[in-house]
Design a protein around this ligand. Structure first.
Ligand code: FAD
Length: 242
């Protein structure tokens, strides 16, 4: 049976015009792992309730975790979470959930280099891995490929600027709709060549974590398999299950 706990909103920040990170304090939350998600349930005054899954974007504080939500124009839950849920208000939370899309996956693989690949809000669980790496395993190599609509739609921009300027993280940016002139990129879908050139090479034996919409992660996952990366080293999280 699902256990629902009460989460209190203790912080929130807009990440872009359409996305918001929300910090929830959840007493009794089992220790979360980077990459896991929670279910958030909302109940209206008339008793109608509905829940959605959201990846944890920060697990460093244990019982206080963050989620990062992208608003869907015609969505039922995400516009409320992005614009209306206020500090001090409460939601119900189940989880954390997920055994496969977690970093590190096991003690044996904890030292391996990691290639993170995000599409849109798929950056959220990868950010929990990046943040956890900084505090627990700063010696582990992590590289990020992040595809977003435009620079303005990128989450965690200040944190990425710090991590890249200090040499702590390499970020390969791709822009699907609007690319800045100085990025050296054109706007549009990432090509196979661009993707395979950017990611860690096969001979480095990287672990892959891909997160985003179904089509994005499936296409990129197939490119990795074709290029000879072992299937067991590729972990995928899909945000839209159809
Ligand atoms: C494991 C998991 C983790 C997730 N983590 C995150 C996260 O960290 N951040 C985040 O913003 N979202 C995340 N999602 C997606 C989230 O659960 C919701 O599906 C999303 O917020 C839309 O909910 P809604 O009620 O606003 O839209 P709904 O009312 O459920 O849907 C409205 C319309 O949008 C379409 N739709 C639903 N979901 C998506 C989507 N993801 N992309 C494009 N179209 C969609 C539907 O088909 C429908 O037409 C995750 C999903 C899963 C399964």
């Amino acid at each position: 049976m699902t256990t629902w706990r009460v989460g209190t909103v203790v912080g929130a920040v807009m990440e872009s015009p359409t996305a918001r990170s929300i910090w929830l304090e959840i007493p009794g939350l089992p220790t979360p792992r980077p990459g896991q998600h929670i279910d958030i349930r909302l109940t209206a005054p008339d008793g109608y309730s509905t829940s959605r899954s959201y990846s944890l974007s920060d697990v460093r504080e244990g019982e206080t975790v963050a989620v990062s939500v992208e608003e869907l124009d015609d969505g039922e839950v995400s516009p409320f979470l992005v614009h209306d849920l206020e500090i001090g208000e409460q939601v119900e939370v189940a989880g954390p959930v997920g055994m496969q899309f977690v970093w590190p996956p096991s003690e044996a693989d904890a030292d391996r280099p990691v290639q993170l690949v995000a599409g849109g809000s798929g950056i959220a669980p990868l950010m929990s891995m990046i943040r956890a790496r900084e505090t627990t395993r700063p010696d582990v190599e992590m590289r990020l490929l992040y595809s977003t609509r435009s620079p303005e739609h990128a989450f965690y921009r200040d944190e990425f600027a710090l991590l890249t300027s200090s040499g702590r993280l390499r970020v390969d940016w791709f822009f699907s709709r609007s690319a800045p002139a100085d990025s050296g990129r054109r706007a549009g879908r990432i090509t196979r060549d661009e993707f395979l050139t950017a990611v860690l090479p096969v001979e480095d034996h990287p672990l892959f974590y891909l997160c985003g919409g179904n089509e994005y992660v499936e296409v990129l996952g197939d490119w990795l398999l074709d290029a000879g990366y072992p299937i067991g080293d590729i972990r995928i999280e899909r945000f839209l299950v159809t």
